[in-house]
Write a new protein. Structure first.
Length: 204
């Protein structure tokens, strides 16, 4: 692995290693709470996170501009970040602009997520959330802009992305690399939109 910073998964905790293996930042659970030792370790950990994010534009993008580094439910946090961005930009971008942005973000995401997964050494690390971001933008682009509809869409999308019912789970297991990371979330978006289509066809 190239010199720089990398992410790894150990016992469910995110460990960030900067520059050299001996400089590894240990998980917070291994440090006694309180005291100067915590403060001393928090600073290099924050620096390591910053170095990894900025080591490559691919890292910054794949990690959802830092939203994927949230210690709990990073995929959900990344989807929330996507929702906030959509709301902020929906008055500025026409529907066809959104589709162009989503298509470009998907193609760039194949490279960014694939590169970051390779640097991390994990095929689909939980901190990689750009796939959730792009897929949820696609969901929102085809739905009304009222908050209740978007909230239901958020819940459905997260369900399909987490539960991965067939064929999403099959695709997730078989497709690897950047395309595999991006594509299974597109299927979760499709399932979400399909349920809304059935809802509308039923007259609700």
């Amino acid at each position: 692995m190239a010199r720089g910073a990398c992410l790894s998964q150990t016992n469910g905790d995110l460990i960030i290693s900067a520059d050299l293996p001996r400089e590894r930042v240990q998980p917070a659970a291994e440090t006694a709470p309180g005291g100067a030792e915590n403060v001393g370790r928090a600073r290099p950990e924050a620096a390591a996170i910053a170095r990894f994010r900025l080591a490559s534009p691919a890292h910054l993008l794949a990690l959802g501009f830092g939203s994927g580094l949230f210690p709990r439910a990073p995929g959900t946090v990344g989807t929330l970040w996507a929702w906030c961005v959509f709301v902020a930009l929906e008055d500025w971008l026409a529907p066809h602009h959104w589709l162009l942005l989503i298509a470009a973000s998907f193609l760039i995401g194949i490279w960014a997520c694939g590169r970051t997964a390779r640097d991390v050494g994990v095929s689909d690390h939980s901190a990689i959330v750009w796939d959730e971001v792009v897929a949820f933008w696609l969901v929102l682009a085809f739905l009304p802009t009222d908050w209740f509809t978007q909230l239901v869409a958020f819940a459905l999308f997260r369900f399909f992305d987490i539960a991965k019912p067939p064929p999403i789970g099959v695709v997730d297991a078989r497709l690897k690399g950047g395309f595999g990371i991006m594509f299974d979330d597109l299927l979760a978006a499709f399932f979400t939109l399909f349920l809304f289509a059935i809802w509308r066809a039923a007259g609700f």
